[in-house]
Ligand binder design. Structure first.
Ligand SMILES: NC(=O)c1ccc[n+]([C@@H]2O[C@H](COP(=O)([O-])OP(=O)(O)OC[C@H]3O[C@@H](n4cnc5c(N)ncnc54)[C@H](OP(=O)(O)O)[C@@H]3O)[C@@H](O)[C@H]2O)c1
Length: 342
């Protein structure tokens, strides 16, 4: 094994679109785990890319501390234990956790947020990070706990062809709701209709979004699951049914804005239509992860859930891969493979 660890460090905090220029590729010394404390050395196999990473590089208070300048970019992923004296994590174990943008990391079982967690036997890294990963947990708890759709209700989902949105749309269908998905482009809309069996689809890049929501949801939207924010949220607010629920999952349309965009102009609809609008962060549900994974596994085994993995390759392509989330090039869960398990 080489004694060099390649890393992508955060070099500068972006003010607009995040890109490779905000990171620096360096070669560092191989990290040395504290074996007596149960730490292990983990080789990164696959990285997960998440829109939240755009927020993690900002020096602003949030639900996680900012990534310090000069440190490897924070990222979750799957790796394989290559050095260990910890019987719970022997050499060869595939683990999930915060591996960051680097070839090797220290897996610390006492990490407060993301200790290295063995993958269930037989689960490939891509599946662990996509259909059984945090975006699916986000979909499950955000929709069912926060949105609480009832059979026969209309559920509108933005970012519906993405990793989170596509699972939201399908769980809503499985729970007996009528589902309207919003996505960008003909290919994504066709996949939603045919593979995800979504009732109606709106291509927001081609269609008049507020008018199409009104047309497809004549009784109003009972649950709006929002991944996008901005104009999309405003269009949904104009079409909510009385006592509707708006699940604020994300607002990707504004993540790379240089200045904050104005809020929706029609927030007063929350009052007149007696709406509930609630944000949530999936980490608050991690103690219940097994519940979601069990339900997802059942739906997957029954052939009820479709998902797509968009797997890029190459250590040098890591920062550019993050950008794919923000221009919609990703077709499903954005991943990057660095190595196969041994
Ligand atoms: N609250 C939580 O705990 C939590 C956890 C995970 C994710 N999230 C949020 O969930 C959302 C989806 O995340 P994901 O990981 O599943 O990513 P994703 O949906 O797989 O990928 C991002 C998608 O967002 C859409 N998008 C990008 N820029 C846009 C813009 N300016 N306007 C409209 N749509 C745009 C693109 O789809 P189109 O091609 O269709 O435009 C793109 O494919 C994000 O807002 C993320 O922050 C929240």
């Amino acid at each position: 094994m080489s004694d060099v660890n390649r890393q992508w460090l955060l070099k500068a905090r972006p003010t607009g679109m995040i890109g490779p220029e905000h990171f620096e590729l360096v070669e560092s010394a191989m990290p040395r785990p504290d074996f007596e404390a149960g730490q292990v050395l983990v080789k990164t196999l696959m990285l997960s890319f998440d829109p939240a990473m755009r927020g993690w590089v900002m020096d602003e208070p949030s639900y996680l501390p900012p990534v310090p300048l000069g440190e490897p970019m924070r990222a979750s992923g799957v790796g394989q234990v290559v050095q260990s004296s910890n019987p719970a994590l022997p050499v060869g174990t595939l683990v999930q956790g915060l591996v960051n943008w680097q070839e090797y990391s220290i897996g610390d079982p006492r990490h407060p947020l993301a200790p290295p967690t063995p993958l269930p036997a037989g689960t490939p890294p891509g599946m662990a990070l996509s259909i059984f990963g945090s975006t699916s947990l986000t979909a499950y708890f955000g929709l069912l706990d926060v949105g609480q759709p009832q059979p026969g209700e209309t559920v509108l989902v933005s970012g519906a062809a993405g990793a989170t949105g596509s699972v939201v749309a399908q769980i809503a269908r499985l729970k007996g709701a009528r589902v309207v998905g919003i996505a960008g482009g003909a290919d994504k809309c066709q996949w939603l209709r045919e593979a995800c069996k979504v009732d109606e689809v709106i291509d927001y890049k081609r269609e008049d979004l507020p008018a199409r929501i009104a047309q497809l949801c004549p009784e109003g939207v009972n649950v709006f699951f929002d991944n996008v924010g901005g104009d999309t949220l405003e269009a949904a607010l104009a079409n909510m049914a009385d006592f509707g629920r708006i699940v604020l999952c994300g607002a990707i349309a504004g993540y790379n804005d240089e200045t904050p965009r104005p809020g929706p102009r029609n927030l007063m609809n929350v009052v007149t239509r007696r709406l509930r609008m609630q944000g949530f962060i999936v980490i608050d549900y991690l103690a219940r992860a097994n519940e979601a994974v069990a339900a997802l596994a059942e739906w997957v085994a029954a052939g009820e859930l479709a998902w797509r993995e968009d797997v890029q390759e190459g250590f040098e392509n890591i920062p550019a891969t993050l950008q794919r989330l923000f221009d919609g090039r990703n077709q499903g869960k954005q991943l990057l493979k660095l190595a196969d398990p041994e």
